[in-house]
Design a binder for this molecule. Structure first.
Ligand code: PBG
Length: 328
């Protein structure tokens, strides 16, 4: 049946009917707020390219988590900025390292907060690459050891979930086995499965002080041109034991999120990364766009594409805008 009997505008006539046929809802339950932990006390260093985000010493990080929890954000993703760096990143895996310390403090103060820790070496290596360097490139199999050591150290500290973001081959099964052998078979792994070598990570590298000192990450992160390869990465991570798979970045990769959702029966996370956040903030600051409306539209689109979980620096402000509501 065609016009004039068919008129789609009938279902857009007023707020009630629009709400009735609304297909996509974002809930605060779907959102995870990334946070940056740094050494020291009473430190709240603004990250210039990411307004509203800070490097936080552990005491301030706990305060931030308290506030987030009150606002209805019940999960955070932690990144660590260590006091000193080393060649392999092993420094991030000690009991007194920044992330284990931060995890213990948050879990003690707010036990209900679901704490996820990013597992990667780039914040902890002097060269800024995600693993151990051999012949000017990251050695895959040596790097697995430091990654697993980190995951186990974070689990000992009480983390709720680990999220390996390094893109080494075989890391999911390696980390799974190490966790299981150490008594952590109950700790889920959220795998950064389809992680692209992206310019959208620029602001994050300022925030985490993790820019590579030579070369780039193209020998381990994926070529933005590839979609079939993303399905292969995801499939392998599922076979290796991932509990949740992730697509990263989100906005330029909505097609990958949708394809993953249609192909695999597993929860899908999408990382609305730093560059995506900073572009919105910069344009809003200039008065060129309506920052709040654009943010809501972006998060809706990521969810509509098929993401169950969205990791986003907008999580806190969304909760503030919702003023006690839980969904939009
Ligand atoms: C660590 C890591 C990165 C991000 C998350 N984990 C940076 C990178 O791979 O260079 C990026 C997050 C963001 O841009 O918000 N490997």
């Amino acid at each position: 049946m065609y016009f004039p009997s068919t008129r789609l505008r009938r279902l857009r006539a007023n707020p009630a009917i629009r709400a009735m046929v609304n297909e996509t809802i974002v809930s605060l339950d779907n959102l995870v707020m990334p946070l940056f932990a740094c050494p020291g006390e009473k430190i709240k260093n603004p990250i210039s390219s990411m307004p509203g985000n800070y490097q936080l010493s552990v005491d301030m990080l706990v305060e931030e988590c308290r506030e987030l929890h009150k606002l209805g954000i019940h999960s955070v993703l932690l990144f660590g900025i260590p006091e000193t760096k080393d060649d392999t990143g092993m420094i991030g895996a000690h009991e007194q390292a920044i992330i284990p310390t931060a995890v213990r403090a948050i879990k003690k103060a707010i036990p209900e907060m679901f704490v996820i820790a990013d597992v990667c070496n780039c914040e902890y290596t002097s060269h800024g690459h995600c693993g151990t360097i051999v012949n000017k490139d990251v050695d895959n199999d040596l790097t697995l050891k430091t990654l697993a050591a980190q995951a186990v150290a974070f689990a000992h500290a009480g983390v709720n979930m680990v999220a390996p973001s390094d893109m080494m081959d075989g890391r999911i099964v390696y980390i799974r086995e190490e966790l299981d052998e150490n008594g952590f078979s109950h700790i889920p792994i959220m795998a950064y499965s389809a992680k692209y070598a992206s310019a959208f990570y620029g602001p994050f590298r300022e925030a985490a002080e993790s820019a590579p000192q030579f070369g780039d990450r193209q020998t381990y992160q994926m070529n933005p041109a590839n979609s079939n390869e993303a399905m292969r990465e995801i499939e392998l991570d599922i076979e290796e034991g991932a509990d949740i798979i992730m697509v990263k970045p989100a906005l330029s990769y909505l097609d990958i999120i949708r394809r993953a959702k249609d192909t695999y029966n597993i929860p899908i996370a999408a990382y609305n990364v730093s560059g995506e956040f900073s572009m919105v903030k910069a344009a809003a600051e200039k008065g060129w766009i309506d920052g709040e409306r654009i943010t809501r539209e972006i998060l809706k689109s990521i969810r509509r594409a098929g993401a169950d979980i969205i990791l986003t620096y907008h999580a806190k402000e969304i909760a503030q805008w919702l003023k006690g509501e839980k969904t939009f």
